[in-house]
Design a protein around this ligand. Sequence first.
Ligand SMILES: Cc1cc2nc3c(=O)[nH]c(=O)nc-3n(C[C@H](O)[C@H](O)[C@H](O)COP(=O)(O)OP(=O)(O)OC[C@H]3O[C@@H](n4cnc5c(N)ncnc54)[C@H](O)[C@@H]3O)c2cc1C
Length: 158
Amino acid sequence: MKTDYDVIIIGGGPAGLTAGMYLARAKMNTLILNQGAVGGQTVLTHEIANYPGVENINGFQLARIMKTQAKNFGCTIKSNIKISNLQLEGNIKKVEINNKNSYSAKAVILATGGRSRALGVPGENDFKGQGISYCATCDGDFFQDKEIIVVGGGNSAL
Ligand SMILES: Cc1cc2nc3c(=O)[nH]c(=O)nc-3n(C[C@H](O)[C@H](O)[C@H](O)COP(=O)(O)OP(=O)(O)OC[C@H]3O[C@@H](n4cnc5c(N)ncnc54)[C@H](O)[C@@H]3O)c2cc1C
């Protein structure tokens, strides 16, 4: 099993996969370690309409294409892992997963993304991505001329 890489990326969402594609194309041995399903938040997205060059696509499908691209460029991807230890000091960094396997690299990129703050109201989980949206700039357009409720009072809400 290969354990030493040029770069280890923690997080396999769009940011981590994009970094992986560029690194692998630059002939860097690259390992992407992802906690859940590869694709990050896009996997939860019903429809993405603002990705340049793609008119409308289901988030899961887009994530699958990104994953395939990263693999085709030569990235190794491990999903459903848990980082159990991280040592970032010194020239060689060490990442341990699942309290078991240890990997080393000259650089580690953290691309662990973000998480929306849920309200915790009944039905919220069931309708996520199907009427309930957490990204005003991404999804606002889908709700034009519809009756909506906006929760929040910051710039995006306005
Ligand atoms: C419902 C919904 C709809 C959206 N619609 C759109 C849209 O239409 N258009 C648009 O442009 N954007 C949209 N977004 C936002 C878009 O999905 C995010 O901006 C984008 O996914 C961010 O990418 P990322 O790689 O930075 O982070 P994320 O997608 O959050 O990916 C981070 C990854 O890191 C992993 N991770 C986190 N912690 C660890 C750890 N400790 N160890 C290992 N792995 C870890 C996670 O499992 C995840 O896979 C939407 C988001 C949601 C939730």
